[in-house]
Write a protein that binds this ligand. Structure first.
Ligand SMILES: Nc1nc2c(ncn2[C@@H]2O[C@H](COP(=O)(O)OP(=O)(O)O)[C@@H](O)[C@H]2O)c(=O)[nH]1
Ligand SMILES: [Mg+2]
Length: 355
């Protein structure tokens, strides 16, 4: 299945919430009018053009063209965009975990030049999707690959956010793309995390370096660094434990890993990926702030966008931090991780069919 349809299908909880909310807003304050035959796309048309020919006054659908491009005479609810409606939109976006600041900015941009205009739910969805995509455009960047060998990728995040799974998926994908990958199972607190990585590693044919439970992750990282250098590996991915109960401990552990790998290569780590769990909603924002203090976070991966109603948090993250979003996860299988595409995401989030 193409990733977009999978994303759309699996983001249904966020999108259905937005979908239903938008329909309700229009239903509540709108009047039924015949839909226009001409596509009344409100996104591309400049405000002046749309104001001189409001959608509601456009010609009735007729003939083949009308049936093809119009909504064939079906009655469609429209509502005048006013302050009342904007407030309801803001509330809806906040409820979808976009955060107050982002929700206000997005609705303000949606309203610009359109106050007093009658809009259908579909047009509002298109406007919203366009705004969301615009907010996220500048952060959509795949994880950069460098010629430097080995490129060291440190993966951080709270416990359960999806670090180990993401490393497994990324390692398999990089291996399939012809890269020589080594994994260091640096979460030595959990034997299960090591086994989990070994399964991914075996499947992908990627060596997984492990250490006994409870041993020092920094010395494992050092050994992994040695091995990766000896083998001329392209990539070394280092898993870490993410227990946040004690921030000082975690900071000490992460800085020790970094200190030790820099003994072998002072330019490492070349990427520090922060893995965030979408189901934690607004909490993801404070996790970014925390981890930025602990490590030099270079990019984000958001997991578990499947089956959560909190997907809007990714918009807030993009709006608030300038950090690149490298990939998103929508399941537990290897191909359930894909580069972040803002337009697909916006369409899936708003429940818009992509044509
Ligand atoms: N549904 C879903 N589950 C995920 C995703 N990514 C990870 N998981 C699951 O989340 C749980 C915790 O993941 P894990 O990689 O062990 O987290 P870690 O503690 O940060 O290493 C596991 O059961 C994973 O299978 C995702 O994108 N979607
Ligand atoms: Mg783990």
């Amino acid at each position: 299945m193409a990733f977009f349809s999978k994303l759309k299908e699996r983001l249904f909880k966020s999108s259905s919430k937005l979908d239903e909310g938008l329909e309700a807003i229009v239903d509540e304050g709108g009047g039924t009018e015949q839909a226009a035959a001409v596509e009344t796309r409100v996104i591309d048309a400049p405000p002046s053009a749309t104001q001189t020919a409001p959608a509601s006054e456009a010609a009735q659908p007729s003939g083949l063209l009308g049936r093809l491009v119009g909504r064939g005479g079906t009655a469609e609810q429209r509502r005048t965009l006013d302050d009342d409606m904007l407030e309801q939109l803001e509330e809806l976006l906040i409820a979808a975990d976009m955060g107050v600041d982002t929700a206000l900015r997005v609705t303000a941009n949606m309203a610009e030049g359109r106050l007093g205009k009658k809009l259908s739910a579909r047009e509002i969805k298109e406007l919203l999707a366009a705004e969301v995509a615009r907010v996220m455009e500048h952060v959509a960047k795949p994880m950069p690959l460098y010629a430097h060998r080995p490129q060291v990728v440190l993966v951080v995040g709270v416990n359960g956010s999806g670090k180990t799974t993401t490393i497994g998926k990324l390692a398999s994908q990089f291996k399939a793309a012809g890269k020589n990958v080594v994994i260091a199972a640096g979460d030595t607190f959990r034997a299960a995390a090591v086994e989990q990585l070994q399964v991914w590693g075996d499947r992908a044919g990627v060596p997984v370096l492990t250490a006994p439970e409870g041993s020092d992750p920094a010395s494992l990282a050092y050994d992994a660094m040695t091995r990766a250098q000896e083998e001329g590996a392209d990539l070394l991915m280092i898993d870490t434990a993410g227990r946040l109960q004690n921030r000082a401990d975690l900071m000490e552990e992460l800085s020790k890993i970094i200190r030790v790998i820099r003994k072998k290569d002072e330019t490492a780590p070349h990427n520090t990926l922060l893995v965030l769990d979408a189901t934690t909603g607004q909490n993801a924002l404070s996790q970014v702030e925390t981890f930025q203090k602990l490590a030099d976070v270079s990019g984000l991966v958001m997991t578990k966008l499947d089956g959560t109603a909190k997907g809007g948090v990714l918009v807030a993250l993009a709006d608030k931090f300038a950090l690149p979003i490298h990939a998103i996860g929508v399941g537990e299988q290897i191909d359930d991780l894909a580069p972040f595409d803002p337009e697909e995401f916006a369409a899936a989030l708003t429940g818009l069919d992509q044509s």
